[in-house]
Design a binder for this molecule. Sequence first.
Ligand SMILES: Cc1cc2nc3c(=O)[nH]c(=O)nc-3n(C[C@H](O)[C@H](O)[C@H](O)COP(=O)(O)O)c2cc1C
Ligand SMILES: [Mn+2]
Length: 433
Amino acid sequence: MFKDIRGYFEFLDKQGYLDRVKDEVELSAIPAKLADQAKKGNAIIFENIAGYQASLFNNVFGKREFLASVFECPIEKVVDVFADKLEQRIPPVMVAKGPVQEIVLTGNDFDISDFPFLIHSAGDGGRYITGGVVFAKDPETGVRNCSFNRMQLKDRNKTGLRMSPTQDLEAYYRKAVALNKPLDIAVVIGSHPMCLLAAACGPARDVDELDIAGALCGEPIELVKCKTIDMEVPAYAEVVFEGQIIPGELEDEGPFGDFMEFYIQVMKNHVFHINCITMRKDPMIQVIFPGSIDDVTLLGSPREAQIKKVLNSINVDVRAINIMVCKNYLTCAISIKKQIDLEPKNALMAAFGSFKFLKNCIIVDHDVDVFNPSDIFWALSTRLRAEQGIMIVPHAAGFGRDKYGIHTTKLGIDATVPLDAWDEFERITVYKP
Ligand SMILES: Cc1cc2nc3c(=O)[nH]c(=O)nc-3n(C[C@H](O)[C@H](O)[C@H](O)COP(=O)(O)O)c2cc1C
Ligand SMILES: [Mn+2]
């Protein structure tokens, strides 16, 4: 497989999935351009940003087709290939040097605002790092963890950092607090696309996400030692910020437009102190727009794989699954070839049981396209018998940030036709002589 994000872009370029903007662009003009780009779906690199040395890229996973090409399978098979690979492990290997350390900046030699980090949404409290993967080690066991965390630029060497109470990083942080020791972290920007997927997939706490990244690549990720902390980072990444989170230090962070397309209000969050930057000579910075397909692919595709695997294990004949149907990963549409009349309810219970954040789940027949929302609505209007097809499970765990209890009730919908009535529900097709 390609070695790094640059290799991935070459790979996408050959298939017409990449746009390179060579003309000079103002940083402030980029968010609006990226909103347009999201409709097109191609990955994009801004190579010439006025006043900035680094380039900026976005839409690494702009279309489902990208992963299908990477895994060399049809789009509908991506979920199965991904599920298989997520169970494999290929541990990383150490190498003596790598391009990510071509330049080393310490002391007063750097200012993070010199990198093209964006204000993403109109009401955001400032510029944010959205494409950074946080590398940390369990202070007791040394097990590595990789996760996404938003970081608000605060000073030349300081950002705010949001970790949620359920994240592995937060568990490591609590151990650091108990030991009264700073938690060393490295923030890696411009990671290999398989490292990005691994960092978002949320495996068990004792699993090193880089072992999964290796499995997704089919070969080990090569790592170099950080310059100032006891951490290893991908040798072929673009930029690394090395530094610490200090126990007990909290500051205002936000507002920030999040993946549900609301603003998270200002809250007390952690602070990341940066003491060293290593990077390539001509670094590239990744940005991820909350609630974009790019964002939802990272969080949604491993959950699709997980749900599909569970349904397969109870012999539900899943034809297609789409957890991005509402631009987040809270609602899922699944098409099945029904084998038993009341089976969709069992499938719904299994789906809710296999992914806690899942709030709404719709099951349709195999002739409905789950990637086409109007086709799903067609099934609701023509095939749903609401008095028996709707299942509500109140008071179950759901998405955590939920002051108003919006995510604690599961809505399951069976919009399939009775098994013995197919003659009456066969869809019309256009007459062709
Ligand atoms: C672009 C992006 C930004 C994210 N930002 C945050 C964040 O700021 N805080 C957080 O707790 N989770 C965030 N997440 C979700 C976590 O990265 C994700 O749940 C990950 O699996 C957590 O890793 P862990 O399982 O090792 O805890 C983000 C995910 C993505 C894709
Ligand atoms: Mn983890």
